[in-house]
Design a protein around this ligand. Structure first.
Ligand SMILES: Cc1ncc(COP(=O)(O)O)c(C=O)c1O
Length: 402
């Protein structure tokens, strides 16, 4: 592999994020390809037995086995780390593999964590169900209440874990304040930044230690592959996390890494256009449904904070209807252009009913505490002309009597 400027940190860290998203991490084989190569190989051959031994001893740089390293995956890891402003990143097979690894690699029986109550269903399953099975307890707090984070700290607390904006209630956590509370108590902060991505918000700029991703969402951006990533210091990524991932194997495939590399090339364009579209759609919905939540709307309870730490509102809107599940399902069924889908961050506009899909695995009490109501719908705005999306909602809302 030929090292390019894309792999020279003395150059790449000076690039602006949109440039990093196109070129960061790129290496070239002897063929000189412009688009990154896909290294679909599980193993690697060595010139001599001593080389194999040296690589396993960590004395020689190079690949050994794709569960541990792969050239396509490494290009993506370097690109994601650069965009985040992190020393290093490690990619994983899905967002949930990334969240699970980011927590389990550093927690042990007897440890405690504090987590934001508004979260993707599977993230709540981790904190509420999986971790307690291994003697790791969690206190769940209202992530928007800075004092609640502080009050929940115990002598055995190791970290804070939260999403901002959160899925699907769009709660916004005060990154600066909450990361400072953690630092003052010697705790690590793990932030799930899937909704904003590093192009709208960089939690490390506010003091976060670890940033984790579902790269399935905006990073791929076209609904093609599952992927995840964890960003942090060299020490955390290449010692604490690597020990966990190399031995448990939540590895990202080279093909999926390549798809996400291609996705990142257009992330800056997509996320900014989709945020503009989302704001237009949110402004329309606000005039037609009882409650619309979108961080860039002045009516969002934490609008000011959101706009302080994010450069745009993102692609996700949540709405609340008064007629509960029957009315929410009726609206979904009346839409023609917008697809019913529980995925987000696609170039297509997608809508789901969290209560019966993404958050169906949680108890009714946990859903109620989070604000995931029967009449709530989550919308992921895509790249279509927003006027067509608005027309679709206008027609569908009229059809169900709203
Ligand atoms: C905020 C958030 N975190 C994590 C995940 C999990 O990601 P994946 O589906 O790639 O495992 C999702 C998926 O929707 C999500 O929205």
């Amino acid at each position: 592999m030929k090292k390019l400027t894309g792999q020279d940190r003395s150059i790449t860290t000076k690039w602006r994020p949109a440039t990093q998203a196109v070129r960061g991490g790129t290496a070239r084989s002897h063929f000189g390809e412009t688009s990154e190569a896909i290294f679909l190989t599980s193993g690697f051959a060595y010139d001599c037995a001593a080389d194999a031994a040296a690589r396993f001893a960590g004395e020689q740089k190079g690949m050994t086995y794709s569960r541990l390293q792969n050239p396509s995956v490494e290009m993506l890891e370097e690109r994601i780390a650069l965009m985040e402003g992190a020393e290093a990143a490690r990619c994983m097979a899905s967002g949930m593999a990334a969240m699970t690894a980011a927590l389990l690699c550093q927690l042990s029986a007897g440890d405690h964590l504090v987590a934001g109550r508004a979260a993707f269903g599977s993230c709540r399953w981790l904190t509420d169900t999986l971790l307690p099975r291994f003697g790791i307890t969690a206190t769940i707090v209202d992530g928007t209440d800075n004092d609640a984070w502080k009050a929940a700290i115990r002598p055995n607390t190791k970290l804070f874990f939260f999403e901002t904006p959160a899925n699907p209630t769009l709660d916004v956590v005060d990154l600066e304040a909450v990361c400072r509370i953690a630092k003052d108590s010697g705790l690590k902060t793990v932030v799930d930044n899937a909704f904003a991505t590093s192009l709208l918000q960089r939690p490390m700029d506010y003091g976060a230690d670890i940033v984790a991703y579902s790269a399935t969402k905006m990073m791929d951006g076209q609904g093609r592959v599952l992927a995840g990533a964890v960003c942090g210091t060299n020490e955390f990524i290449n010692t604490t996390l690597l020990a966990f991932t190399r031995n448990t194997g939540p590895t990202l495939s080279a093909f999926n890494a390549w798809v996400v590399l291609k996705g990142l090339e257009t992330l800056d364009l997509r996320i900014n256009r989709q945020s503009e579209n989302a704001l237009k759609v949110a402004r329309f919905l606000e005039t037609r449904v009882p409650r619309t939540l979108y961080p860039a709307l002045e009516s969002h309870p934490q609008h000011k904070l959101a706009m302080k730490q994010m450069s745009a509102g993102g692609t996700i809107i949540s709405i609340y209807l008064d007629g509960g599940r029957p009315q929410a399902h009726a609206l979904l069924d009346a839409l023609e252009l917008v697809d019913i889908s529980n995925n987000i961050g696609d170039s297509r506009t997608l809508m789901t009913h969290p209560c019966s899909t993404t958050h169906a695995g949680l108890s009714a009490e946990v859903r109620a505490e989070m604000g995931v109501e029967e009449g709530m719908l989550r919308l992921s705005v895509g790249l279509e002309d927003p006027l067509d999306v608005i027309d679709d909602f206008n027609r569908a809302l009229t059809a169900i009597g709203l």
